[in-house]
Design a binder for this molecule. Structure first.
Ligand code: TPP
Length: 931
């Protein structure tokens, strides 16, 4: 570029460089020197003194350009974003004096120095700077200097400065906004008056949230979006449900009257319901061209974030064809409404933001709105966050931020428009920090002036946004003076007549899902003909031309190829069973999404669902290639997150329940980090909200001497949560069982959906005892209980039935004590929940001479399945014989830390299992006792 082609701050910089060059030509680089040799700066073209441009020092020009840049960068610090009128902190760099300038200096400078659209319409730099100030320091603070992509920054700058985003409001839209915020305000006032003291988490003080959501949803719909997913917490939720999700007033008011008129109590379906400000909704018919969904939300703030984002991802994913799933961000619009204290305080927010640009998780941009009432219950911003703004975290994720005063309708709608236009243009997240206040206490029974006396004095005398907007419009003559009151009257009357007409004998809640008849799961046929399996196996092993497998993987592939040579040979290991199950599920036309940390290869290097060409790194995903597939397969290594990734998959699953969604933990206990998602969503969603998730969790579990942290997936936690019809928990011991289990889950997605937790093996992945025959895949089905085949031949001589689950079974049958103990049957409980009562009863009935039944586990007594099994087994066994417990003693840690000690204890377990004479507890961790 030539020096005179630069403008704005760059022009200032060129002049500064030129000054340097003039003093010492050697001080600039040769290329710049060459450019300056034949160039005359504009100041000198017309002036007599080389130091001046129309009498102004070139340093003033540089100063003006720098001032403009500072306003663009730091103007938000001087923006009046607080409706309650607190003074912005400002910044010294925003004053002309900081740049050696006076207004007169600026007036003497050309507007072109300031650059951008404001320069075009200004007579001089002062005018342009004043316009910039109005843009950057008024009721909107544009905060985007941290966006490192120049194209995005340039776009944002242009959008902010061009004033093109929202055409000046005509009388119709001005009135429409007034109408909408009247609806919003009257709804809250009506509830306040009709149900005094009842919690509703009023939106008042942030009323413009509703028209902002309208603006985004309608704008995005006009651009082709078909699904909006709205994740939000308690604040303003009822208002948004009523006005954005079209939840009928009658239903909301009936819920306030609570309980019997509005809710269907169906304890037989495990239906408990939830408070009204947690429930979700979905627009029944497209609103315009758009479905809008609000997932239900637990009390745990921000926990819904990844759930909503996962739903949006699912809504935009096409998976009905073979190959990779295809995601189109243009058809889906996730919006998350956060609390100011919660956004900065809750770790799940950071985890969710981190998903935003990952190929397996991106939504094509999520719009975030912080409903910033400047309080978190009683906590002030100073108590709540170390960042300058509540939105600070978003900066690290390069998300543009707009802080906007919630009392300025035009600024708020512009912020909303900017949000969805940015998203539509770049497919990235956007943040609106909507700064308002909270008119009442945290909830409506709470007294806010105990802790915020000054703030609430200000709130008491502060007009509502409806009042101030109405006054502005009347004063301008835009609307007739009587209109605001008549709107208020109309909306009050609507609510009053709805309330008056509520029927006490009518249910206003939609019907709940009815579970299928008991035993449905057990009847599912999951075997696959051998020919079909062989065909799919061959297809999975097909080698694309020119693809070079890693040398060490070749052998495994050859073994897999030979696996069907003899249908009676135990040639199918865990990984082969899994891949064949997934292949056949795809062939049945059911799409699959599988995620987790290092899931593509498998933590234990066993899966290899994604191959990498040894020479080029090109990827090969056989499950996307097989010609038999009739649906898409997607697999993604997840980021190192459990909480958000589990929430995301839950959301994906409930949005698209006909797809098989599988999440794998690196080790089972890492799911601890997702405990909120498990408790609040996965295991209770049915009881609270009537949702029917069917997500699959693969949780490596088993005691192998690796210490307390990699042994236990904490099955006790799932069993503690297990009640009525809410989950399946399985700890299966053969490849075929796993094959049938996955196929059963896929077959039940529509008929009998339930979350499935599978305790999966680690060292046993390749263990011969776990391998199955091709015939097992063809003929079998999933068994909730597996009898001891050896013992059945001598059933009358069996004196002890040992019941165990999972890997410890292999330790027992491998024990050198087993051969001699021909009076002991080792039986496996493969499904822990639902408790397989009928199958266990049948099993025990086969052993008439039994003297005791043992529950044996490798986990400590207070962990594992024992606490859950104990009363159920006692009831089942009745007075047939005593029940014994063999396992580690109670402990606060899941296991011992030493591998040697572990081996001793595992040995002890087997000794106790096979020794009917000695029940004394010995000085080891293992305990045997009658209960
Ligand atoms: C994880 C979690 N911790 C604590 C609470 C209790 N709680 C409910 S609302 C609230 C304040 C939230 O403040 P903010 O995020 O600013 O939202 P606001 O209610 O002000 O809209 C707190 C602490 C909760 N619901 N969830």
């Amino acid at each position: 570029m030539r020096p005179d082609e630069f403008s704005g701050v760059n022009a200032g910089y060129v002049l500064e460089l030129y000054e340097r060059y003039r003093r010492n030509p050697e001080s600039v680089d040769p290329q710049t020197r060459k450019a300056f040799e034949s160039w005359t700066p504009p100041a000198e073209q017309s002036a007599t003194t080389p130091q001046t441009a129309a009498g102004v020092d070139t340093r003033k020009m540089v100063g003006a350009a720098n001032l403009a840049e500072c306003i663009r960068r730091y103007g938000h610090l001087a923006a009046h974003i607080d409706p309650l009128g607190s003074e912005p902190i400002g910044d010294p760099s925003l004053s002309p004096a900081a740049h050696g300038l006076t207004d007169a200096d600026l007036r003497a400078l050309p507007a072109s120095l300031i650059d951008g659209p404001v320069a075009e319409s200004s007579a001089n730099a002062l005018e342009a700077i004043e316009k910039l100030r109005r843009i950057y320091c008024s009721t909107t603070g544009f905060d985007y200097a941290h966006v490192f992509a120049p194209e995005e920054r340039e776009w944002l700058r242009h959008a902010a400065e061009s004033g093109r985003l929202l055409p000046p409001m005509d009388a119709h839209s001005v009135e429409a906004v007034l109408d909408r915020i009247t609806q919003v305000e009257v709804f809250e006032r009506f509830l306040h008056r009709t149900f005094p003291g009842k919690t509703r988490f009023s939106l008042e003080g942030l009323d413009l949230l509703v028209p902002m959501l309208d603006e985004m949803i309608c704008g995005a719909a006009d651009h082709g979006a078909r699904h909006a997913v709205l994740g939000m917490a308690h604040r303003g939720r009822l208002n948004v449900l009523a006005h954005v999700l079209d939840k009928p007033y009658a239903q909301i008011l009936a819920e306030f009257k609570d309980p019997v008129a509005a809710r269907s109590f169906r304890a037989d379906l495990g239906w408990m319901g939830d408070v009204k400000y947690h429930s979700g909704a979905r627009t029944a018919a497209p609103r315009g061209q758009m479905y809008i969904t609000m997932p239900p939300n637990p009390s745990h703030l921000e926990a819904v974030d990844p759930v909503a984002v996962g739903m949006a991802r699912a809504a935009g994913t096409y998976a009905d064809q073979r190959g990779a799933a295809h995601f189109d961000g243009a058809v889906t619009l996730p919006i998350l409404v956060h609390g100011d204290a919660a956004f900065s305080g809750q770790g799940v927010v950071a985890e969710t933001l981190n998903l935003s640009r990952l190929p397996g998780y991106s939504t094509g941009g999520t719009i975030h709105i912080i409903a910033n009432n400047q309080l978190g219950f009683t906590a002030t911003p100073a108590d709540s966050y170390s960042t300058s703004y509540a939105s600070g975290l978003a900066r690290g994720f390069k998300i543009p931020i707009v802080h906007v005063n919630a009392d300025d309708p035009v600024a708020c709608l512009e912020a909303a428009r900017l949000g969805w236009e940015y998203r539509a243009r770049f497919g990235l997240d956007f943040m609106i920090d909507l700064v308002g206040y909270r008119r009442h206490g945290h909830n409506e029974g709470d007294e806010p002036s105990f802790t915020q006396p000054m703030m609430y004095k200000a709130v008491a005398s502060h007009p509502t946004v409806r009042e101030s907007w109405a006054r502005t419009l009347v004063e301008k003559g835009t609307i007739p003076p009587g209109l605001p009151d008549s709107l208020v009257k109309t909306y009050f009357e609507e609510l009053e007549s709805t309330y008056a007409s509520l029927a006490s004998d009518r249910e206003y809640t939609p019907p709940l899902p009815t579970p299928p008849p008991a035993g449905t799961a057990g009847q599912v046929a999951t075997g696959v003909p051998l020919d079909r399996l062989r065909e799919i196996n061959e297809a999975l092993l097909a080698r694309p031309e020119g693809f070079t497998f890693h040398r060490k993987l070749e052998r495994g592939l050859e073994r897999r190829r030979a696996a069907f040579a003899n249908p009676a040979e135990r040639s199918i290991d865990w990984a082969a069973a899994e891949e064949l199950a997934l292949g056949t599920i795809l062939a049945d036309g059911i799409p699959i999404r599988m995620t987790g940390e290092d899931v593509e290869r498998g933590t234990f290097s066993h899966r290899h669902a994604v191959f990498h060409d040894a020479n080029t790194g090109t990827q090969l995903i056989p499950l996307q290639e097989i010609p038999q597939a009739r649906a898409a397969f997607e697999i993604h290594n997840s980021p190192l997150s459990e909480n958000a990734t589990v929430g995301f998959e839950f959301g994906y699953n409930v949005q698209e329940p006909r797809r098989l969604v599988i999440w794998e933990a690196q080790y089972g206990d890492f799911i601890n980090g997702a405990q909120v998602m498990l408790d609040q969503f996965v295991t209770s969603a049915r009881a609270k909200w009537g949702l029917t998730p069917s997500l699959v969790f693969l949780l490596p579990h088993g005691y192998e001497g690796q210490g307390p942290e990699h042994s236990s997936a904490r099955p006790e936690r799932f069993l503690e949560a297990a009640a009525d019809i809410n989950l399946r928990l399985v700890n299966c011991t053969t490849a075929a069982q796993y094959f049938h289990l996955l196929r059963r889950q896929a077959a039940l997605l529509e008929r009998d959906p339930l979350p499935l937790f599978v305790l999966t093996p680690k060292s046993l992945l390749r263990h011969p005892a776990v391998a199955s025959t091709p015939r097992d895949l063809e003929q079998g089905r999933f068994l909730s209980v597996i009898d001891d085949e050896d013992a059945r031949g001598r059933a009358s001589g069996i004196e002890r039935v040992v019941l165990c689950s999972g890997k410890v079974y292999v330790d027992l049958i491998a024990s050198d004590r087993r051969a001699a103990a021909n009076n002991v049957a080792i039986c496996r409980v493969e499904q822990l929940y639902p408790f397989p009562k009928i199958a266990l009863n049948e099993l025990l009935g086969r052993y008439p001479s039994v003297r005791d039944v043992v529950w044996l586990q490798e986990e400590p007594e207070n962990m594992g399945a024992w606490q859950f099994m104990h009363p159920l087994l006692e009831e089942l066994i009745g007075d047939r014989c005593p029940l014994r417990y063999i396992g580690r003693t109670r402990s606060s840690s899941p296991s011992e830390g030493s591998a040697a000690w572990h081996h001793l204890n595992q040995k002890k377990l087997a000794e106790q299992a096979f020794d009917l004479s000695s029940h004394a507890s010995e000085p080891s961790l293992v305990l045997s006792k009658e209960v």
